[in-house]
Design a protein around this ligand. Structure first.
Ligand SMILES: *[C@@H]1O[C@H](CO)[C@@H](O)[C@H](O)[C@H]1NC(C)=O
Ligand SMILES: *[C@@H]1O[C@H](CO)[C@@H](O)[C@H](O)[C@H]1NC(C)=O
Ligand SMILES: *[C@@H]1O[C@H](CO)[C@@H](O)[C@H](O)[C@H]1NC(C)=O
Ligand SMILES: *[C@@H]1O[C@H](CO)[C@@H](O)[C@H](O)[C@H]1NC(C)=O
Length: 621
């Protein structure tokens, strides 16, 4: 997996703005090295090769300027050579120098480095983070040297204009091997998967792909991407679009004579939104209203389509269907209303994974929830936004939904927490995010589940929705060491060869040292009465570390799940210094009568502003 994907280590964006017409701009140049002239090409040295290209261009402009008797020539400047994901370089060039460069053998494309405006800035506010305050405070410069390793396929070199001129020294905490300046050798940083200012571990994109990217780029913008359909046009649906078979707008079901120039109402299902829009476009339709079926409810997520499309949930869709099939001359238009604020949030998405975890029912999964619906995300421009050859468009960003979109939010928060708590272990950071997560939505009601067949609770959102500012100051943490995790892996019956993959071969599972999921010092409780046992009892031990106030006393607050009684010992935790660890025991006793297969509650340690909450999920299986 590592080999083929981009491993992206740190994102450094530098911007420069130049005002005068004579000034140079920064370009990212893709080159085909195999086509370069031999007098420029230096085997095995990209910097020298591209410096030779730049020198030849400078010579040309000097000669021309002599002729024109112009003022002092501004020389082109090589900034960086790309060797991993693409072949090429970035340089500062005048328009004239760019024209000369385009005549150099092997030139593929030049992309100006643009200043881009943020399309959305709402995730940060939604997470409760504010520029210049709390975790993002200007004084919190410590976060500058926290590096997130993201393994993803969406990042492309153009998402990361890299240049290290003017950057400060390598942080002293950095333990990696680095190359300074633009002579950034991929061998060092790639092998060790590290790099100070670093870059990405790339797959070698072949020239074919880069050529494709160029074509895609020219095809972009000609399309109806992002356009509205402001005038009223006739609507076609079922018979008025062809036949009852045209309900899903599948291939061959739409009659061009009937659909031409119209907005077509299509049902979701039996194919992607893109394919439906392609079919409508082929039949000369101009827009689409895509309606959820009953099983899809009212959940909507953005999708890439061919032309103006409105998506409707089941409830509103019912009215549109009725109108489209009964009105004499139904018409519609599609107009963007912009971002709507104030809707109920968060809501657990339909696609979100839900517990209990079948592999490890003794730990509640998921752990937390974070934004993951309609997230503006990096997208590789060589791939069409819908991943189909027939779609010739190219985009650097795409709106995507999924757990893959939630994960980077939480990774970023983990990095912020690490920057203010250098001594926290991964488990401590996870504990802080979990025990401070919230379970009420913006309307002060319990967070709901869009899929009504599942009620939202610990098996939908784990401990709740992440709250980074509170996580920075959680009061207590539940820590777990790496060795604890290794002992836990021992309990999962992996072979010693499999365990060696995690442990470099220097850890041996001892028969009596293995610990089970329920014995991990986890900040939540999954209580399983196996075999439907009704009157059994289960005991858990937990240890908390004081990271709040040196002298503090925590009182117990219980929300007891149905079907059990709970005994906690002790009921008060009194600390007299930071870093102090105290343990407690919780016993869950099953009652003889119960009404369901699962029930939920929580255990919270409270001291002043600190509320250290652990969800409880009881199941009888
Ligand atoms: C398409 O609709 C027109 C107009 O109603 C009709 O004359 C024609 O037969 C239809 N074509 C097909 C292939 O059904
Ligand atoms: C591991 O093996 C033991 C003995 O066969 C069995 O009792 C236990 O359920 C297994 N554990 C898992 C997690 O499969
Ligand atoms: C195993 O070796 C690695 C690498 O030398 C080391 O970082 C780790 O601490 C060792 N683990 C144990 C359990 O000794
Ligand atoms: C649970 O109930 C069974 C059957 O009524 C009984 O034999 C057993 O002793 C009870 N266990 C406990 C812990 O009360």
């Amino acid at each position: 997996m590592f080999g083929k994907n981009l491993l992206f280590l740190v994102l450094v964006v530098t911007t420069a703005s130049i005002g005068t017409a004579m000034a140079k701009s920064t370009y990212i140049i893709h080159m085909d090295k195999t086509k370069m002239a031999s007098n420029l090409f230096r085997q095995g040295d990209s910097i020298q090769t591209y410096q030779a290209v730049i020198d030849s261009i400078n010579e040309m402009s000097l000669q021309e300027d002599d002729k024109d008797q112009q003022e002092e020539t501004i020389l082109a400047e090589l900034l960086y050579a790309y060797e991993s994901a693409i072949s090429g370089f970035s340089a500062r060039l005048s328009t004239k120098q760019l024209q000369s460069l385009k005549k150099v053998d092997g030139f593929l494309s030049a992309t100006p480095d643009q200043m881009l405006q943020l399309h959305t800035t709402n995730s940060k506010q939604f997470l409760g983070l504010q520029n210049g305050k709390g975790l993002l405070s200007a004084s919190n410069s410590a976060s500058d040297d926290v590096i997130i390793g993201i393994i993803d396929t969406g990042i492309w070199p153009e998402h990361v204009s890299f240049q290290d001129t003017g950057m400060s020294a390598v942080p002293s905490r950095w333990k990696g091997v680095c190359d300074k300046g633009i002579r950034f050798s991929k061998s060092n940083c790639n092998k060790k998967l590290i790099g100070a200012r670093a870059f990405f571990k790339g797959y070698e994109a072949d020239q074919g792909k880069i050529n494709e990217a160029k074509e895609f780029r020219s095809a972009r913008d000609e399309d109806g991407h992002g356009k509205a359909l402001t005038k009223q046009v006739p609507v076609a649906y079922l018979e008025s679009a062809g036949s009852p078979a045209s309900k899903f707008c599948l291939e061959g079901t739409l009659n061009e004579t009937l659909v031409k120039g119209k907005i077509v109402v299509c049902h979701r299902g039996s194919g992607s939104a893109f394919v439906k829009s392609e079919n409508v476009k082929q039949a000369k339709g101009v827009g689409m209203i895509l309606i959820n079926s009953k099983s899809q409810g009212d959940e909507l997520s953005a999708d890439t389509v061919q032309f103006p499309t409105a998506r409707l949930g089941m409830t509103l869709g019912k009215f549109v269907r009725q109108y489209a099939s009964t009105a004499k001359k139904p018409t519609a238009s599609i107009i963007f209303k912009g971002t709507v604020f104030g809707r109920t949030a968060p809501v657990i998405a339909r696609f979100s994974s839900r517990g209990p975890c079948s592999i490890e029912p003794d730990v509640i999964k998921p752990d937390v929830t974070a934004p993951g619906v309609n997230i503006l995300a990096a997208w590789p421009p060589t791939l069409s936004p819908v991943g189909r050859i027939s779609d010739k468009r190219s985009a650097m960003f795409k709106i995507i939904s999924g757990t893959s979109m939630s994960c980077p939010h939480v990774s970023g928060l983990a990095a912020l927490l690490k920057s203010v708590h250098r001594d926290w272990s991964p488990a401590a950071i996870k504990s802080a995010l979990m025990t401070t997560a919230y379970t009420l939505n913006n309307k002060k009601s319990p967070i709901g589940d869009v899929d009504s067949s599942n009620s939202a609770g610990p098996f939908a959102y784990g401990s709740g929705h992440v709250d980074p500012e509170r996580a920075a100051d959680p009061g207590l943490i539940y820590d777990i060491t790496a060795v604890d995790y290794l002992k836990y892996i021992c309990s999962l019956n992996y072979t010693s060869a499999e365990i060696a993959l995690f442990t470099w071969g220097n850890f041996t599972c001892l028969p009596n040292a293995a610990i089970r999921g329920g014995e991990l010092n986890y900040p939540s409780f999954a209580v399983n009465f196996r075999g439907g046992v009704q009157n059994g009892s289960l005991e858990y031990k937990r240890t908390v570390t004081n990271v709040g106030s040196p002298t503090s006393s925590y009182a117990l607050q219980m929300e007891v799940p149905n079907g059990v009684s709970v005994i906690v010992k002790p009921k008060i935790l009194s600390f007299n210094k930071l870093g102090q660890k105290l343990s407690y025991k919780v016993t869950f006793v099953g009652k003889s009568k119960r009404s369901s297969d699962s029930s939920f509650g929580s255990l919270t340690w409270v001291s002043g502003k600190f509320k250290v909450r652990s969800p409880i999920a009881v199941t009888w299986q």
